[in-house]
Write a protein that binds this ligand. Structure first.
Ligand SMILES: [Zn+2]
Length: 274
C-alpha cells in the first residue's frame, strides 16, 4: 500500500515546483508540521529548487548553490533560531536577531537572485521581535522569501498568518510511534483517573526531549479532536485551558526547564481543572 502521508507532501512539493517555474513564489511562507517532521530539510529543499544551477525536474543537491544552502553557508540565506538567555527558562527569538535579519534583507543578494530567511520556532518570537518582524512582512522587499517554521501556526498572531502562505506538512508514516503516550495521558485525564495513575503513565514515558515533545503533540492532537467532536460541549472551556497548559509545557521543554517536572506540573494542573 502506498503511504498516504508521503504522497500528500509530494503533492505539496509538486505544487511548489510549479509555482517556481511560473515565477509565482510568495514573499512569506508559514511552514507548519509536528516537532518530529524535519521542517528545515523541507524548506531547504524548496530553496535549492530556486537556486540550483543544474536544472532538471528538481534541484540536484550537488552543485555549489545546493550544497551551500544545505550547509547553511549560502550568502543569501539568513537562518534564525530561538535561543535561551542565561538564567532564562524559556527559549525565544530575540528582537536583535530580527533587526539583524532586516539589515541583511535590505542588502542586495550576494550569490544569487533572491534573499532567503528561515526563522525557526516562529511561535517563540518575543513581542518586540514580532512587531518588528511584522513590518518586514507588511512591506516585503522584492526578491525576498521568508520561511516561518512552527509546530502550530494558530499560535501566531493573525497579522502574521494573513501575510504568509501556509504550508502544512504531514508526518511521514515511518515516524509514527508505536505507543501514543499523549493519547494515553489524554484518556486517563478524561476518565478523571486519580493522580497516582496519571503519574504511572508519566513514569513509563521515554524521557528524551524529542519523545516528550512528540507526546505533547499527541496530547494536543487528542484535545483538538475532542474540540471538533463536541462542538457544543460545555467542557470546551476546559479543553482550551488544557491546550494552553500543553503550550506552556512545550516552551519549558524547548528551554532549559526540568522536563519531567514540567510534565508532572502540567498533568497536575489539568487534573485539578477537570
Ligand atoms: Zn543544484
Amino acid at each position: 500500500m502506498k503511504d498516504r502521508t508521503q504522497e500528500s507532501n509530494r503533492a505539496l512539493k509538486n505544487r511548489l515546483l510549479k509555482a517556481i517555474r511560473r515565477g509565482e513564489v510568495h514573499h512569506g511562507y508559514l511552514v507548519e508540521a509536528p516537532k518530529t517532521v524535519d521542517k528545515i530539510a523541507f524548506v531547504k529543499w524548496f530553496i535549492t529548487n530556486m537556486v540550483c544551477t543544474e536544472g532538471g525536474e528538481e534541484a540536484c543537491g550537488r552543485c555549489d548553490q545546493c550544497q551551500s544552502i544545505r550547509h547553511d553557508r549560502h550568502l543569501d540565506l539568513t537562518h534564525i533560531r530561538a535561543t535561551v538567555e542565561k538564567n532564562a527558562k524559556v527559549a525565544s527569538v530575540k528582537d536583535e536577531e530580527i533587526h539583524r535579519l532586516q539589515e541583511r534583507l535590505a542588502m542586495a543578494p550576494a550569490q544569487g537572485e533572491r534573499n532567503y530567511a528561515i526563522i525557526e520556532d516562529a511561535d517563540l518570537l518575543t513581542v518586540k521581535a514580532m512587531n518588528r518582524f511584522l513590518k518586514t512582512l507588511e512591506e516585503p522587499l522584492p526578491g525576498t522569501v521568508i520561511f516561518l517554521l512552527s509546530t502550530n501556526r494558530w499560535g501566531l498572531p493573525a497579522t502574521i498568518q494573513s501575510r504568509c502562505v501556509p504550508l502544512v506538512l504531514e508526518k511521514e508514516e515511518n515516524q509514527k510511534p508505536k505507543k501514543n503516550w499523549g493519547r494515553s495521558l489524554f484518556k486517563s485525564l478524561m476518565a478523571k483517573q486519580p493522580y497516582y495513575q496519571l503519574n504511572g503513565i508519566i513514569k513509563n514515558m521515554p524521557k528524551e526531549r524529542e519523545a516528550l515533545l512528540l507526546m505533547l503533540d499527541q496530547l494536543e492532537e487528542a484535545l483538538e479532536e475532542k474540540l471538533t467532536d463536541s462542538f457544543q460541549d460545555p467542557g470546551r472551556e476546559r479543553i482550551f485551558a488544557w491546550i494552553e497548559e500543553v503550550e506552556k509545557t512545550r516552551k519549558v521543554l524547548l528551554g532549559n526547564g526540568n522536563m519531567t517536572y514540567a510534565i508532572k506540573h502540567m498533568t497536575l494542573t489539568m487534573r485539578r481543572e477537570s
